[in-house]
Design a protein around this ligand. Structure first.
Ligand code: SF4
Ligand code: FES
Length: 370
């Protein structure tokens, strides 16, 4: 009989679960779900080695393990710290964590423009969500913000380096998904930027996935730019027969028009696995060129369960407004909904009985019996 694997017991915000050894605190918290899960701006479960850059996932370890229950003196990055048996972690129950997260968000926003009203990522931007929860009303930063010119990355992608938070996700995507990385982060500190060599990897069929992994609006889809606000669109799951990728996508529609095609995302905003259990990265042809409804087989409305404005159910749980017309009309139906013959004398005569043109005079004569 195979030996049963020993699981580690970990307590996060007073909720205890058993997880496999080698699980990070962040992934253990994701198994619990809800508010207990720390936010993650750079970690991406589908990208090897991601994480450890943004510090938004900091948590307090109140007890290291059953064997050594001493607390860890500093906050730790939950995406890069594995659980130990008997570990006790505090996330939303720790004031130190909330303070630190407020500080991290303030740092992330130092150079980030607050251009949400004109940014295509608004409504599905992780930094926007974070700044609502942890941001301040005003900036304390007094120096000149660093700015960059926009880069046209070929016909489909635009880079707004000014919005980039240097999370490295697009670098890992080009490296691991397209197998043809020609860009990276050049320079250090305040001068660090995504290298312009990103243009050179654009002929790769899977480079469009950098748009899906970017947590902010630094990499945007030029075929969708300024076409619509994401919360006005209807997300639906669809598929097609594609010889390059799984063809399983999400369409963002307005009426019958396909405004945007993206990979399907899970509740953490990460690309979902396909029905075959592989990461659901999609190819450029599906993403940028199949914009006709006839290109797709529609499966049904997407169940958006992410905490965001786009989760405002377009289809499920719709509550109809309370009907007040009858009340204000004293119980009567409004005239427009009634048979007009019952409420207007003019219509008590049949038009076919009229002789000559329908004038007020001919109506009067008809009523008199002439
Ligand atoms: S462009 Fe986007 S994905 Fe790439 S490093 Fe910047 S924020 Fe991250
Ligand atoms: S998600 Fe952990 S450091 Fe960025």
């Amino acid at each position: 009989m195979a030996e049963e694997k020993k699981l580690f017991k970990v307590t996060i915000d007073n909720i205890t679960i058993d997880v496999e050894p080698g699980t990070s605190i962040l992934n253990a918290a994701r198994q619990i779900g809800g508010d207990v899960t720390p936010p993650a701006m750079c970690y991406y479960s589908k990208l090897k080695d991601s994480g450890g850059k943004c510090r938004t996932c900091l948590v307090e370890v109140a007890a290291g393990s059953t064997a050594d229950p001493r607390p860890m003196p500093k906050l730790v990055a939950s995406c890069r710290t594995n659980v130990m048996d008997g570990m006790v972690v505090k996330n939303i129950t720790s004031d130190r964590v909330t303070d630190a997260r407020n500080g991290v968000v303030e740092f992330l926003l130092i150079n980030h423009p607050l251009d949400c009203p004109i940014c295509d990522q608004a409504g599905e931007c992780h930094l926007q969500d974070l700044s609502y929860e942890h941001g301040k009303g005003a900036s304390r930063y007094e120096f000149k913000r660093r700015t960059f010119d926009k880069h046209e990355l070929g016909p489909y992608i635009q880079l707004h380096m000014t919005r980039c938070i240097l999370c490295y996700r697009c670098v890992y995507t080009a490296d691991q998904v397209s197998n043809e990385r020609r860009h990276g982060i050049l320079s250090r500190g305040d001068h660090a930027e995504i290298a312009t060599y990103i243009e050179k990897s654009l002929d790769n069929d899977f480079i469009g996935n950098v748009i899906d992994v970017c947590p902010v609006g630094a990499l945007t889809d030029k075929t969708f730019r300024f076409k619509n606000r994401v919360w006005f669109t209807k997300p639906v799951d669809a598929h097609c027969k594609c010889d390059k990728c799984s063809g399983e996508v999400q369409l963002w529609m307005r009426g019958d028009e396909v405004l945007r095609v993206t990979a399907r995302k899970d509740e953490w905003g990460e690309v979902k696995d396909t029905t075959k259990g592989e990461p659901g990265w999609i190819c450029n042809t599906c993403r940028f060129e199949r914009k006709k409804i006839s290109d797709w087989v529609i499966e049904g409305p997407t169940q958006v369960n992410r905490h965001s404005v786009i989760s405002q159910g377009h289809y499920v749980g719709v509550k109809k407004p309370h009907e007040t017309i009858a009340k204000v009309m004293g119980g009567r139906d409004p005239k427009l909904l009634m048979n007009i013959k019952d409420v207007s004398e003019v219509n008590q005569v049949e038009l076919s009985e009229l002789k000559g043109p329908a004038t007020s005079e001919s109506f009067k004569q008809l009523k008199k019996g002439n």
